[in-house]
Design a protein around this ligand. Sequence first.
Ligand code: CDT
Length: 318
Amino acid sequence: MDSLSRTVVVGAAQLGPIQKHHSRAEVVQRLISLLREAKLRDCDLVVFPELALTTFFPRWFVEDITETDHWYESSMPSSETQPLFDEAKKLGIGFCLGYAELTAPDDVGARHRYNTQILVEKDGSVVAQYRKVHIPGHAHHEPDRPFQHAERYYFEPGTEGFGVWHCFNGLVGMMICNDRRWPESYREMGLQGVELILCGYNTPIHYVPDPSQDILQGFHNSLVMQSGAYQNGTWVVGVAKAGVEEGVDSLGQTSIVAPSGEIVARTLTTDDELIVASCDLDWCQRYKNTLFDFDKYRRPEMYQRITRQRGAIVQPKP
Ligand code: CDT
């Protein structure tokens, strides 16, 4: 990364499965190995997946949610994750990490559970924390499913929305997994001038409510990230936890997408695998200053008008 060219060398560090019996210490060692490989490949920033420290535990339902507290991080870093922070700082590499967050008690003694990503600069300082907004799946036990996707039981939606932060010589934003399917996620950040969006995901191949979508998982993954990148003139880095985890097969296809919408790097495996791209953040301006010059061409007053009209249609007549 040099301040004149604004090129950030980004590593997308896909993880293979994390089984239930794998300890945090084992996983952190895998993350550190990927960081070291990233250093050899000149990375400035490494992006890890959603819930990168544990198995994807929302696939199991447990009546007493407090029995699942061990899947959550109540501090970041903790004694178990500190070695990752230490190694990244020593190597001078920033990183983005997804994990389950359990907050300290609030004013009324309630603890909150979020699906969270943290962004750490090359000097080890924490830049930002993002809490997943779009929580997919279901909130109650659905015993007929082959596996659960009970994220709506295990996580509250984040309330702070989609921010962008000045770091890595540019404007960086975050989103998590299902957020990438919603154009609003990209546009919220696009309106703030985002140049690099970091997104971890766990996407089971089998979509229980409509299995006809199973064969399209890879297509939909690329479709949303490529269109989100292009329509907002931004780089998008989507990073999978992939492979067969506790019997559930999950999508790989970790990708780095340019502001043109083109995929410039993509994983070939469903294992731990690092892909790297030199992301020229100035490339964003070619789109932000031309086709997607928001100030010049967007028509928010028309979008509001359509929303009002639609509201009028669904209102019952007096
Ligand atoms: N982790 C996550 O958000 N996964 C969802 C799966 C589909 S909803 C059951 C996704 O959008 O990839």
